[in-house]
Design a protein around this ligand. Structure first.
Ligand code: HEC
Length: 163
């Protein structure tokens, strides 16, 4: 996933670079991406500024409620891509190595509240057990684990998907 994201970014840069007129002033990579994404924020400028006490609280809540399935550090199970005998999938990593980052904060939150996939009950729903705020806090800890490139890709292409 990680490499795929990197490849997509590199391809975007190359496409942009090829369409440059030879006599245009040299543009740095961020303004090229701004143009592609139609926005004025470059991925490398996207920094997380989460409150350290929220990160620590999120980690505590995760380890208390979620780690039993997803692992102490959200590393999931090593064979999370292989379905079990009942056709269900084991708990995936949430640390940026799987696909949790393909979803917006809203989608992740809804999934955690409701569990799912709907009707199949593979992941328990947390509505009535954890508050909205506690889930937000857990998600902050989860996002704090993602490598910069993953977070930046998520921020530009998922959370703030160009309309
Ligand atoms: C009983 C085991 C179990 C517990 C406890 C559990 N999960 Fe899960 N979780 C799963 C399974 C299994 C899946 C995969 C569901 C599927 O088939 O898509 C999953 C999927 C997820 C996903 C979607 C990941 C993706 O790549 O799209 C998120 C986010 C998630 N869990 C967060 C949490 C959080 C936060 C908690 C604690 C509040 C938690 N889980 C507790 C079993 C669990």
């Amino acid at each position: 996933m990680f490499t795929k994201a990197a490849t997509i970014f590199i391809s975007l840069f190359l496409i942009a670079a090829c369409s440059e007129q030879p006599d245009t002033p040299t543009t740095n990579s961020s303004s090229v991406l701004d143009r592609i994404l139609g926005r004025d924020i470059a991925p490398e400028q996207i920094k997380r500024s989460f409150d350290p006490s929220q990160i620590a609280h999120g980690q505590m809540l995760f380890q208390k409620n979620c780690a039993v399935c997803h692992g102490q550090n959200a590393e999931g199970t090593s064979d999370w891509r292989t379905p079990l005998e009942n056709g269900r999938y084991p708990p995936p990593p949430l640390n940026g190595t799987a696909h949790a980052w393909h979803h917006t904060t809203e989608e992740l939150k809804r999934f955690i509240l409701n569990g799912g996939p709907p009707g199949e009950g593979r992941m328990p729903g947390w509505e009535g057990i954890l508050t909205d705020q506690e889930i937000d806090t857990i998600l902050i800890w989860i996002k704090s684990l993602w490598p910069d490139e993953v977070y930046q890709g998520w921020y530009t292409r998922i959370e703030n998907r160009p309309k």
